[in-house]
Unconditional design. Structure first.
Length: 254
């Protein structure tokens, strides 16, 4: 096990009880709790794609970001850090390969790092073998960026399909590997051109309607990076709480 892996496990264990109350800045949103996601119990989550989602209480939110790392990622990380908030980033492998420092920065900030394929293709339009290879290549690139070692067995067994386009065979493969597939409960539609103000109005209206859930953003979008501080402030002022998701640790071998 890598030194970084051990450090992260210790860090997560400590923060399970300490993070919500130990933010060094008063009046921040903070991270209310850490939720360990058991792949056996929750193999696929997110009501936009699956019948099941995470067990969140009213006004609890999980923040997720897709497609990075990118030039806009540092602005997203800075906004989260100012509010002592943790999120989950689903990285595209070729972007991780191009910007390994940003991958490490996200990990250093305590965020969860999931996987989002190598090249962000339409996996459901590919052969099973080609789609599997793109998934594995993406995981390997993310792992090299984070731990310096190529492997298709990720430290964090979270995956999100590009465009949410899965197939039964790929879902079964990932479930057999103990990898949780994330959909989303609602999203900011930030792949569409809009101003930060328009995006803020859209996502706050959807949050008001849903009251809780897994939210999808893209840290590759400048409008999202610009909007995020105001969205975090909105959640703080309106009584929402951020839940940080991590994979449930595997038990000892018997």
């Amino acid at each position: 096990m890598s030194i970084l892996r051990v450090t992260l496990l210790v860090f997560v264990a400590w923060t399970t009880s300490a993070w919500a109350s130990d933010c060094p800045r008063q009046g921040t949103l903070g991270t209310s709790r850490i939720l360990e996601v058991d792949a056996a119990k929750y193999p696929r989550v997110g009501l936009k794609s699956f019948p099941q989602t995470l067990p969140l209480d009213d006004k609890e939110v999980v923040l997720t970001f897709d497609d990075g790392p990118a030039a806009t990622t540092p602005r997203v990380l800075a906004a989260l850090a100012r509010e002592c908030v943790r999120a989950t980033f689903f990285h595209v492998g070729r972007n991780s390969q191009a910007s390994p420092g940003l991958v490490k920065n996200a990990a250093t900030g305590g965020h969860t790092l999931g996987h989002h394929s190598w090249s962000h293709p339409h996996l459901n339009a590919m052969t099973f073998a080609a789609a599997r290879d793109d998934i594995d290549r993406g995981i390997s690139a993310d792992e090299v960026a984070l731990n310096g070692k190529a492997t298709s067995v990720p430290d964090t067994r979270f995956f999100r399909f590009p465009y949410f386009e899965s197939t039964p065979e790929l879902l079964e493969m990932l479930q057999a590997r103990g990898i949780v597939v994330f959909g989303a409960d609602f999203w900011a539609s930030d792949w569409r051109p809009m101003t930060p103000k328009d995006e803020l109005e859209l996502i706050t209206s959807r949050l008001t309607a849903a009251r809780k859930g897994i939210i999808l953003f893209h840290d590759t979008r400048a409008q999202t990076a610009a909007m995020l501080p105001d969205f975090l402030k909105y959640m703080r002022l309106n009584g929402y709480r951020v839940v940080h998701v991590v994979p449930k640790p595997k038990g000892p071998k018997t």
